[in-house]
Design a protein around this ligand. Sequence first.
Ligand SMILES: Nc1nc2c(ncn2[C@@H]2O[C@H](COP(=O)(O)OP(=O)(O)OP(=O)(O)O)[C@@H](O)[C@H]2O)c(=O)[nH]1
Length: 195
Amino acid sequence: MAKQYDVLFRLLLIGDSGVGKTCLLCRFTDNEFHSSHISTIGVDFKMKTIEVDGIKVRIQIWDTAGQERYQTITKQYYRRAQGIFLVYDISSERSYQHIMKWVSDVDEYAPEGVQKILIGNKADEEQKRQVGREQGQQLAKEYGMDFYETSACTNLNIKEELYLDTLGDTLHAAFPATSFNGQRFHSHSSNGGLF
Ligand SMILES: Nc1nc2c(ncn2[C@@H]2O[C@H](COP(=O)(O)OP(=O)(O)OP(=O)(O)O)[C@@H](O)[C@H]2O)c(=O)[nH]1
């Protein structure tokens, strides 16, 4: 049977409960949005395969429960991640304040040098905004992270570039001939679940 991919990357979504991690994942992989909040139990994942300059890149995106009671389980997944999205909700100052705690968990449990990306989600909720864009930029700068404001609801900034930015250096190291400027031919998704 033909090999289904050339390289596999694991990305992890972390952040407080309710910031929109599951919705971001559903947008990434299935281009869907659900308005209900069903808290993730433990860990879940979905996959997406994209083709970059002829290289089949399988991206496994892990969605972790934000609730404190699952932290022992979720932290076990940090060490296998190549990229970590730290998510807060722009309408929740509290979720933004907690990013410091999530960063210290990454420092403790993830491999050294893992790519970190700060995400301010729910950017469509302008009227309820409690966290300025500059605050996000400032925090990202402080910790050496890239920063995006997104909306899983309106599909703002949720595109392949978001994770290709994260993985670009790693992919380039594995396939030096790849420029990442080539045409992306197709992508498809599949689901998987744990717990
Ligand atoms: N307006 C708006 N609502 C969103 C957005 N993303 C998620 N939500 C809503 O926020 C709520 C929580 O979203 P989830 O994706 O379930 O949150 P989570 O971070 O996975 O939560 P846990 O699984 O408990 O950790 C749901 O009601 C979503 O519909 C967004 O970009 N904009």
